[in-house]
Design a protein around this ligand. Structure first.
Ligand code: NAP
Length: 241
């Protein structure tokens, strides 16, 4: 019998992350529900288990070195390896940060979670990913991070902002650098755009469901060994950088 695939989804207690975990659970995988708040984490674990998914709670604040190290230890003790990491946790830091008047704390918050959090978690999980036969890393980005769309008049690149959108551009750049460094390994790492989904992040203004947003992350989490790495994708295909 094939070994059960082990995945970790960060920020999996709600929104798109919850639906990514549900989708990976439906494949029969064992899915770590990474979440910082114990109550919200256990509620999500209970709901997913009730739906038949094999999930386990992973206390995880992506901005906290110690908790991230402890999360890697927990997965290591439990499974000895990690096959799929979905870096989904994200915050806006506060939308509407016009560059000329930006609150630097808001910008810092976006970068701390959306970029440094991804690097912190990825590097903590890499030793476990290296034990996998087909490791995959998915970074939940956004089309608002696309410099091509941002600089094309009339494109749908979201509101002007010095924090959230540039943090996703930074995340895209980091994704490319990981892919370059890991090119000669079996690790595939890609960035995903879920589209504009109705979640707490945007006051539920999105026109897609979180489940629809989860689909591209699930696709990139299940790439074949000859799949792409260092790319940026949404449901329609390649997103311009
Ligand atoms: P959401 O409903 O607000 O969920 C965000 C998740 O991230 C929550 O589980 C949250 O946990 C978690 N999180 C935030 N900071 C964290 C931290 N420091 N440590 C651990 N977990 C943390 O938002 P969403 O819309 O599902 O967003 C998921 C991802 O998709 C984000 O990266 C977002 O930027 C991206 N995205 C969303 C959209 C959209 O239209 N919704 C579009 C493009 C990209 P708590 O419950 O504890 O806050």
């Amino acid at each position: 019998m094939d070994e059960q695939t082990i995945a970790l989804v960060t920020g999996a207690n709600k929104g798109i992350g919850y639906e990514i975990a549900a989708g990976l659970g439906a494949l029969g995988w064992s899915v770590g529900i990474g979440a910082r708040d114990a109550g919200r984490r256990e509620a999500a674990v209970a709901k997913l288990r009730a739906a038949g998914a094999d999930v386990f709670g992973v206390p995880l604040d992506v901005t906290d070195d110690r908790r991230v190290a402890a999360a890697a230890e927990l997965i290591g003790e439990r499974a000895g390896r990690l096959d799929v990491l979905v870096n989904n946790a994200g915050v806006t830091g506060g939308m509407g940060q016009m560059p000329t008047t930006a609150d630097l704390d808001a910008v810092r918050t976006a970068v701390e979670t959306n970029v440094l959090g991804v690097i912190r978690v990825t590097n903590a999980m890499l030793p476990l990913l290296r034990h996998s036969a087909s490791p995959r890393i998915v970074n939940m980005s956004s089309s608002v991070g696309s410099l091509t769309l941002q600089s094309t008049p009339g494109s749908e690149a979201g509101p002007i902002g010095a924090g959230y959108a540039p943090s996703k551009t930074f995340l895209n750049a980091v994704t490319i650098q990981y892919a370059r460094e890991l090119r000669d390994t079996n690790i595939l790492i890609n960035a995903a755009c879920p589209g504009y989904c109705a979640t707490d992040l945007n006051g539920h203004r999105g026109y897609r469901t979180p489940q629809q947003g989860a689909a591209i992350a699930i696709k990139l989490a299940t790439l074949p060994d000859d799949g792409p790495t260092g790319g940026f994708f949404d449901d329609a295909g390649v997103v311009p950088w």
